[in-house]
Design a protein around this ligand. Structure first.
Ligand code: HEC
Ligand code: HEC
Ligand code: HEC
Length: 223
């Protein structure tokens, strides 16, 4: 990530922290903030559609060669290489090949919540949100616990998601373009690949599930 992107991200995080207290009752400001997110997705080239599909030449390349870190920054060359840093962490089949949620669950990692204060604890909230998908793929379970172990509420609310079940329009096109879940997935958390669908689409459809019929089919049943 180059410096320009970094300062954009910082100002983005800051503006969300400021707007967070008003989150529950201000839909208008939530919408205003949402257009900010679209702006973020446009300035960041890291999560473009092709990147999700591209086969990496080398797994977890060292920072100067990974195409993400700024090669004009000297700091990039002193960073520990991931292949070395990730040793001993539970593996996964995509992204940077580490199952980060498992790493915390198995206590292989104990990330510091606050950069300065090592005693600061995260506010972990265990609440699953099930999003029923109209298509035949399994339904999506969004788990708050696994997210709030890493992230404060203000990373998502209200700028990316209005905190109300079903209030947000979410779909795969948006996600693959780096919006909604795709603000993070494919960039700082596991990407959308054919192997990772089931991570999000984890709730099987009920046995009697039928595809919903469109309004025109209902009006003009096909005979
Ligand atoms: C990684 C993003 C993310 C983080 C972090 C996050 N949430 Fe959410 N939250 C969501 C999503 C997605 C939904 C579902 C929205 C929908 O269905 O349209 C949601 C829904 C909610 C809801 C609505 C529940 C309902 O039944 O209507 C509340 C309340 C909420 N979140 C509170 C919080 C709090 C408090 C925190 C911090 C402890 C938090 N969230 C952290 C993404 C997040
Ligand atoms: C603000 C960033 C952010 C957003 C937005 C976000 N996630 Fe995540 N998500 C993460 C991080 C960080 C992790 C943990 C690291 C990892 O597994 O890659 C994670 C992990 C997960 C996991 C794995 C849980 C496990 O047990 O392994 C699921 C499932 C998931 N996210 C679904 C979603 C869905 C669905 C959405 C959109 C409704 C979403 N996420 C939006 C950052 C985000
Ligand atoms: C990061 C989480 C995540 C991953 C990974 C993911 N999806 Fe989705 N998917 C969602 C969410 C959230 C929705 C919207 C659900 C809703 O209607 O509320 C969705 C919706 C869909 C839909 C319904 C049509 C649409 O665009 O809304 C299809 C089909 C679908 N996903 C297929 C897939 C396939 C195939 C994969 C693997 C290549 C995949 N998804 C991977 C989160 C994810």
């Amino acid at each position: 990530m180059n410096l320009r992107n970094k300062s954009l991200l910082l100002s983005f995080a800051f503006s969300m922290a400021v707007s967070a207290p008003a989150m529950a009752n201000e839909q208008v400001s939530a919408e205003g903030a949402q257009s900010e997110v679209i702006h973020l997705a446009q300035v960041s080239g890291a999560n473009i559609f092709n990147r999700n599909l591209k086969k990496e030449e080398q797994r977890n390349a060292p920072p100067p060669e990974d195409g993400i870190h700024d090669t004009e920054n000297e700091g990039t060359f002193v960073l520990q290489a991931p292949l070395e840093a990730y040793q001993g962490l539970p593996p996964s089949e995509y992204g940077n090949y580490v199952d980060w949620v498992k790493a915390i669950d198995e206590k292989k990692l104990n990330p510091r919540w606050d950069r300065v204060n090592s005693a600061e604890e995260p506010f972990v909230m265990d609440m699953d949100i099930v999003r029923e998908v109209k298509a035949s793929v399994p339904d999506v379970v969004f788990p708050h616990r696994q997210h709030t172990e890493w992230l404060a509420c203000s990373n998502c609310h209200p700028a990316i998601f209005i905190p109300q079940k079903g209030a947000n329009q979410i779909n795969m096109s948006g996600i693959l373009l780096g919006q909604q879940c795709g603000v993070c997935h494919g960039k700082v958390s596991f990407p959308i690949t054919t192997k990772s669908c089931v991570k999000c689409h984890s709730k099987p459809k009920p046995a009697d599930w039928q595809p919903p019929l469109s309004e025109s089919t209902l009006k003009n049943p096909w005979r």
